[in-house]
Design a protein around this ligand. Structure first.
Ligand code: C5P
Length: 408
């Protein structure tokens, strides 16, 4: 079995002669099933060409913090978010010092600041640089912040000296990384492994005629953040998305839909294999009784549209005989707890996550942040404080995992 299957590894290469060994390291990681993206410092490029890594990994190599093309394709924040872990090999004295001091004036140091993924470093430098008190202090700082060190090893050095400071061999780094990832995989990272999650996200569009529709302001960000967080916690995720301009985690199975009825059809096709259903979508409550085949021409000063109720997708799932664990959302403008608890009961849910969308100073729709009050039967309640939608998604899934265990 490949020990790094599905792992997304950002391989940082800084400017030491050991950089030539990183090509073999990239190869070894890929052999274990990892997807590898490479970031090189300018010093590293003096020792080995980015093209070598592009050819080995099949991915473009990232070198500049402010490269307009790279920003358009995948900004540094997205790259940091993409990574399951960052491995810097070789990590020079300079790179260790920069990261220990929180510098962010090149791409590699910025990525280390912008990620919450585990960071692994394989130092490589002359023995006296390694033994220097400044390097020792930097390494202690990094270790105290949870950075994992691989090596350095002892032996003959490129500078002609013999001592401690050699980069560990690529195969040894690979093995150490596998062992470390296995042992540091926290309970929460593995909490949803083996589970199939079905998630709806975004708005729906209800056609009026060929050019017009009814919809709402949902951006889909919360649902996409939950899909991403669940994938990182080991779940297999199917995301049924209304019309949004977001990119899903590539490991998510995404099904794009438009109307509430389309969303219902897609959900019903997937639900039988799902352990958990999370209904984040802002589904339009009504659709047009009749969708005009031709564009409606303006005539009178007023016009009337007749709307009919859309199916309640969440309730259709939660009332199935063999239903999955159901988590609903409630966007409320007042009496949040009362309304959320009402929906929990009426829709036969296991959990409901409520947010107050009535606060003009803190809009939820389209925002990158959120806060939630989560309720479950028998007076269960937990508050998830304001944070990025990604952090809130993770906290919500940790709560869901606990409830799931209680109901299984
Ligand atoms: O009743 P209300 O629309 O406030 O309920 C919100 C919850 O129900 C959300 O989880 C939403 O995704 C879901 N819902 C649905 N189908 C609808 C309306 C709401 O699945 N037609």
């Amino acid at each position: 079995m490949q020990a790094l299957k599905k792992k997304k590894i950002l391989l940082g290469i800084s400017g030491g002669i050991a950089a030539y060994k990183s090509a073999i390291l990239a190869r070894r990681l890929i052999e274990e099933g990892a997807t590898v993206k490479v970031v090189m410092s300018s010093g590293a490029q003096a020792f080995i060409q980015p093209l070598t890594f592009q050819a080995l990994t099949g991915n473009p190599v990232h070198t500049d913090l402010l490269d307009p093309a790279a920003e358009a394709a995948m900004g540094h924040i997205e790259l940091a978010r993409w990574a399951d872990c960052i491995l810097i090999a070789p990590a020079t004295a300079n790179t260790l010092a920069r990261i220990a001091n929180g510098l962010s004036d090149d791409l590699l140091s910025t990525l280390c600041l912008a990620t919450d993924a585990p960071l692994f470093v394989a130092p490589a430098m002359n023995r006296l640089m390694w033994a220097n008190a400044a390097t020792t202090a930097n390494c202690e700082t990094l270790a105290s912040r949870g950075v994992h060190f691989f090596g350095p090893g002892e032996g003959f050095q490129a500078c002609g000296e013999v001592g401690s400071g050699r980069m560990m061999e690529p195969e040894d780094i690979r093995d150490a990384l596998i062992a470390s990832l296995n042992s540091t995989a926290s309970a929460s990272e593995l909490a949803l492994s083996g589970k199939n999650l079905l998630i709806t996200a975004g708005p729906t569009r209800e056609a009026i005629d060929p050019v017009r529709y009814l919809s709402n302001h949902s951006s889909g960000k919360m649902g996409f953040a939950i899909a991403d967080a669940a994938t990182k916690m080991g779940a297999s995720v199917t995301l049924v998305a209304g019309p949004v301009s977001l990119t899903a985690n590539p490991d998510v199975k995404r099904i794009d839909v438009s109307s509430a009825n389309d969303m219902l059809d897609a959900v019903m096709q997937q639900v039988s294999t799902s352990d958990v259903f999370i209904s984040v979508a802002a589904v339009a409550d009504y659709r047009l009784e009749e969708v005009k085949e031709q564009k409606i021409k303006k005539s009178d000063d007023t016009m009337q549209l007749t709307l009919v109720r859309n199916p309640d997708i969440l309730k259709s799932v939660s009332t199935l005989p063999n239903r999955p664990f159901c988590l609903g959302f409630a966007a409320e403008t007042e009496n949040v707890e009362e309304h959320a608890r009402g929906k929990l009961k009426n829709k036969n849910l296991d959990m409901i996550a409520a947010n107050n969308v009535g606060n003009k100073d803190n809009p939820v729709f389209g925002s990158d942040t959120n806060s939630l009050d989560v309720y479950w039967p028998e007076d269960g309640h937990s508050k998830i404080p304001s944070g990025s939608k990604h952090d809130v998604a993770k906290a919500l899934l940790e709560l869901l995992t606990q409830r799931l265990e209680n109901t299984e």
